[in-house]
Design a protein. Sequence first.
Length: 402
Amino acid sequence: MGRGNLRRSRRLGTVDEARRRACRRVPRIVFDYIDGGAGAESTMRANIAALEAVGFEPRMGVTRGIPGPDVSTTVLGRRLSMPVVVGPVGFTRVMEPGGDVAGARAAGAAGTGFVMSSMSAHTPSEVSAGFAGAAGDTDRLWFQLYPLGGRRGAEKMIDRAAAAGFSSLVITVDTQIHGNRERDVRNRVSMPLRLDARTVARLAPGVVARPRWLLDAARDRFRFEIKAAASTGSIEQPVSTEEALVEWALSPLRWDDFPWIRERWPGPLVVKGVLSGDDARRAVDAGASAVVVSNHGGRQLDGMAATMPALVEVVDAVGDRTEVLVDGGIRRGADAVKAVALGARAVLIGRAWAYGLAAAGEPGVTQVLSVLRADVDRTLRLLGCPSVEALDRSYVRIPGDW
Ligand SMILES: Cc1cc2nc3c(=O)[nH]c(=O)nc-3n(C[C@H](O)[C@H](O)[C@H](O)COP(=O)(O)O)c2cc1C
């Protein structure tokens, strides 16, 4: 991590600033991969519009001074320093060589959780070592599963994640195939996404205009290959990313896969990607200890519901049986406060930390997390709420038609 990165990240005052800086630092294809959504991007925009439609109902004359409100919470029995978990984002090594290791270190040091994507160019043990180095243990480290390499590949990934000390397994159920991300299509990034060195080279003019990124990637020897997938064969004979992706497309995860996953994975299961009370009930019946209300940040089926109204439905359906988390459009601490008031235990962030990483590496992620934490604190004080755990629906005004 160069000093330049540190200097740049010091000035990140908002997630939007991280986004703008990321746009300037990485090639257009990388920025579009982070920033874009599926189809007309209407679901992506709807997530943010729904957050904006939730109003606050503050209480005056009750806020105490120093120390401030307790912004910590618990998820799956582990204490988190704030209700914001760093969610799974694929291909982070293309954004900055530190990739998932940098994200895990920043999350670990911030006292919150990190979810490693299956689509990572780092190995589970590299990410685990990074997280443990910063946090002291891996209690808040989760692994997100895609069945790369079919059931056989998924079993190997589950075993490797367990061996590396990951505490929970997140199963993403909304990626039967990849959504139609039109920016990626326009940039000729092939579907399913493969941001390999050849693709980047083909777009040489845009890449050359980003010399700092190019230098970092060259020093890292353009190691963009998905490691989790590449190693699903025997250690000596890895299967290629391409083969692993084909097997995934042939057999996306279904509810009837949960019994064998349940048997194989020793810890809690989290199901990510439900948007209705019915699917949330199915997830709980299948053994989920938590569900994440998510439309993949609007990157899968454009036209799907925004996540905040779906959160209300899911909490009402299964909130008494399971923990409910949510993601989509979280750009400020106040957004996380709204989600918790609506019934979520915590939010996941996707683009917010990817922008930080692409803008300035690990310090950029650290800065984004600290901006979000400060805004959760400030929002609680202005709301007149003593703690994240005291938040409930009386602190927000829910649009009448939800
Ligand atoms: C660049 C990028 C890559 C992603 N990769 C994955 C992934 O590998 N697995 C997964 O479950 N979700 C993935 N997601 C979805 C996020 O985990 C999360 O659901 C979404 O980003 C939330 O919306 P937000 O970006 O508006 O915060 C990705 C999101 C982005 C932006």
